[in-house]
Design a protein around this ligand. Sequence first.
Ligand code: CP
Ligand code: NVA
Length: 336
Amino acid sequence: MTSAPNLTGRHLLKELDFSPAEWLYLVDLAEQLKAERRSGSEERRLVGKAVALIFEKTSTRTRAAFEVAAAHQGAATTYLDPSGSQIGHKESIPDTAAVLGGMYDAIEYRGDHQATVESLAEHAGVPVYNGLTDDWHPTQMLADALTIREHTGKPFGEVTHAYLGDARFNTGRSLLVSSAMLGMDVRIVAPQSYFPPQDVVEQAERIAAETGARITLTSDVAAGVAGADAISTDVWVSMGEKKEVWAERIEQLRDYQVDAGVMAAAGNDRAIFMHCLPAFHDLGTQVGRDVFELSGMDALEVTDEVFRSSSSVVFGQAENRMHTIKAVLVATLAGA
Ligand code: CP
Ligand code: NVA
């Protein structure tokens, strides 16, 4: 385990709020906390603490992970959404931050704008965590890193991680930066117009120079996934986007669907399939059925075959949201 940096009181607004060594430490701590949980020896480090969970967008995993992780550690949580609170419509973000900061030990925020979570952090006086904005999804990245470690058994510096799909949004951007922080060979595989913005690529390249990571942006699927240990994707249309973008997205990303051919092109029998979830891999959702009507595709970013294959680690990855969010809570509130 990496020697423990003191992260007490720190915000997690994006990956780059942490140094590569601190980021790795959070993964190490999550692994330790998961082992403690499994062996029945978990200590409660957050007794008497309370965490506010603000969700302006929907969530299954992130909300559940915060609530369960806090409960395991003895902390209370309160779920707040726009329909049941004054946030946004009757009370500004700075005022909300000041009020919640007076009662809670930390605040989680999920919504559209990075500026909102940054404003909360500026005015709350307690740690603020980004549970997803349009720009970044940092807690997801810790879970992805732990999952990669568990399944590849390799040091991060020897891992090749390919991401296929829309890399302009939270998951693609965060995956590029987090993988660079961990020293991976990271490949963004997408049409050029779906690459992350130039400033994000430059930040990742700056970190890569420090960590030894290698960064490739390519539109060539076969070259992008060759030698991959992990192949990740995300939904093609993110929360907050209009339904009208589906047609264009399908047209642009159809060739970047993760199917059995893509997994085989890794040339690595042990390559794993990863997805932050939720995923459109069958007709089991209303959106999936609506898009089938539009496009005739019965799966979008990943085929059902790959999603259900033995290479798919998506449900363990989802569980790791809880262990890694627990690490963030413990490190920032209990100084573990
Ligand atoms: N992966 C993820 O953030 O899932 P939720 O939207 O369900 O929280
Ligand atoms: N890019 C997706 C991630 C969901 C966890 C979205 O923002 O909807």
